[in-house]
Design a protein around this ligand. Structure first.
Ligand SMILES: *Cc1c(COP(=O)(O)O)cnc(C)c1O
Length: 432
């Protein structure tokens, strides 16, 4: 005989939302009102209330469908509700969900090995898992301190996160100034300028921290030779080179890691001392990593000098393994390069007078406008069923799932001119 209290309840639980989520049919407007009454006002008013996703599409509480060209800010590499990611996470949670780092689990070991393999990591390299990009950069900052030096060199317009150490490396005054003093002895140099870097790096430099493509700065790739120069200068000064691949890593640019592209990281690619990862790594499940390449960087943090409760938990690690597996199995690096180029060509091919440049790598793309119409364009696109992001007042960011098809890219290209028309009208009214 089956025991009704187990079988029935368990299958019912799978389909019944918790009481706090009812009534299920509440409108976006109702949820937005409750959001404002319960959530801290750090993000502004949410644009929509989303209720479900599948592949490259999401749906809002009022039933409208959107092509998601932002993927949770360069996170959902496999799109939404990917069957393999869903089953890997579900199976792991049903087997063993969390154990703390007083114990080891197979998924965390396998994920660390896989990451080292994809990075072509030299002997002695090691991984530390955390839960976000900021945390990964905090880890890198602590590794840098263990050189016995305090000087940190980062780039103007860099974004490395919002926790105190990561914020000290971030450039934007509006993010930093309310929280000063911040840790460190941080110098910001113009990105891409080898001479400025050379002037800033010396025997007091603990680390140089750079993005391979500056993401939040508006998708700005390192000029050819810049990362190689940074590698040479840090090596000669005895400083560490930290490459922040939080946004660019895990296939986003069409290589596993952006610094592996010949035009960004040279041939053979540079070997940084530390690579930080997060965003795309878990396919939407929070997981970050500090990867120390080579024995020196890997041993700077000793036993007890860093830690985390959740980092590397088996569910997050299973998500990472599933994400990397699907990217490889389904040829998503190739898809990212091909569909990314197709999307950039499509937008350029519009020949729209407002569009002055289309730049980026793989599926990390910026559309540059001659006027500050990005927010109004993003709004008009949202209203017509496309999620993008105004990465700057005059630039849109596209960071869609790596599963995006050429046909889906085309649908965006077709919708863009009308959205720009709307944006220009709104912009004109606002500036009259
Ligand atoms: C998003 C981002 C971060 C911060 O990651 P969080 O997960 O938001 O803490 C750090 N560096 C880069 C390059 C990023 O794009």
């Amino acid at each position: 005989m089956t025991d009704p209290t187990t079988t029935t309840d368990r299958s019912a639980a799978r389909h019944t939302p918790p009481p706090a989520l009812t009534p299920a049919g509440a409108s976006g407007e109702a949820w937005t009102r409750r959001y404002s009454g319960a959530l801290m006002n750090t993000f502004g008013r949410p644009q929509r209330v989303l209720v479900r996703g599948e592949g490259a599409y999401v749906w809002d509480a009022d039933g409208s469908r959107y092509l998601d060209l932002l993927a949770g800010i360069a996170v959902n590499a496999l799109g939404h509700a990917h069957p393999l990611l869903t089953s890997a996470v579900t199976a792991q949670l049903a087997t063993l969900g969390h154990v703390s780092n007083l114990f080891a689990t197979a998924p965390q070991v396998a994920l660390a090995e896989r990451i080292l393999d994809l990075l072509g990591a030299p002997e002695g390299s090691r991984v530390f898992f955390c839960n976000s990009g900021s945390e990964a950069n905090e880890g890198a900052f602590k590794i840098a301190r263990r050189t016995g030096r305090t000087g940190m060199v980062a780039a103007r317009n860099a974004f490395h996160g919002r926790t105190m150490g990561a914020l000290a490396l971030t450039y934007k005054a509006a993010y930093r100034e309310p929280f000063e003093p911040l840790p460190g002895d941080v110098t910001h140099v113009p990105y891409g300028d080898v001479e400025a870097l050379e002037a800033a790096v010396g025997t007091g430099t603990a680390a140089v921290v750079l993005e391979a493509v500056q993401g939040e700065a508006g998708i700005r790739s390192a000029p050819e030779g810049y990362l190689a120069a940074a590698r040479r200068l840090t090596h000669d000064a005895g400083a560490l080179l930290v490459i922040d691949e939080v946004q660019t890593g895990v296939g986003r640019t069409g290589a596993w890691f952006a610094h592996q592209h010949a035009h960004l990281g040279g041939t053979p690619p540079i070997v940084p001392d530390v690579v930080t990862l997060a965003k795309g790594l878990g396919g939407g499940i929070p997981v970050g990593a500090v990867v120390a390449l080579g024995e020196r960087a890997a041993t700077l943090l000793g036993p007890g000098q860093h830690g985390t409760t959740f980092g590397g938990n088996p569910v997050a690690a299973a998500a990472g393994l599933a994400t990397l597996h699907v990217i490889e199995r389904d040829g998503l690096l190739e898809n990212t390069r091909v569909v990314g180029a197709h999307l950039r060509d499509g937008v350029r091919g519009l020949g729209h007078p407002l569009i002055t440049e289309v730049r980026g790598e793989g599926l990390l793309i910026a559309v540059q406008f001659a006027e500050p119409v990005a927010a109004a364009t993003a709004q008009a696109l949202l209203d017509s069923g496309f999620i993008v992001n105004a990465v700057a007042p005059d630039a849109l960011r596209l960071a869609p799932p790596l599963i995006l098809t050429a046909g889906q890219a085309d649908s965006f290209v077709e919708a863009l001119p009308a959205a720009l028309d709307h944006a220009l009208i709104a912009f004109g009214e606002a500036h009259r």
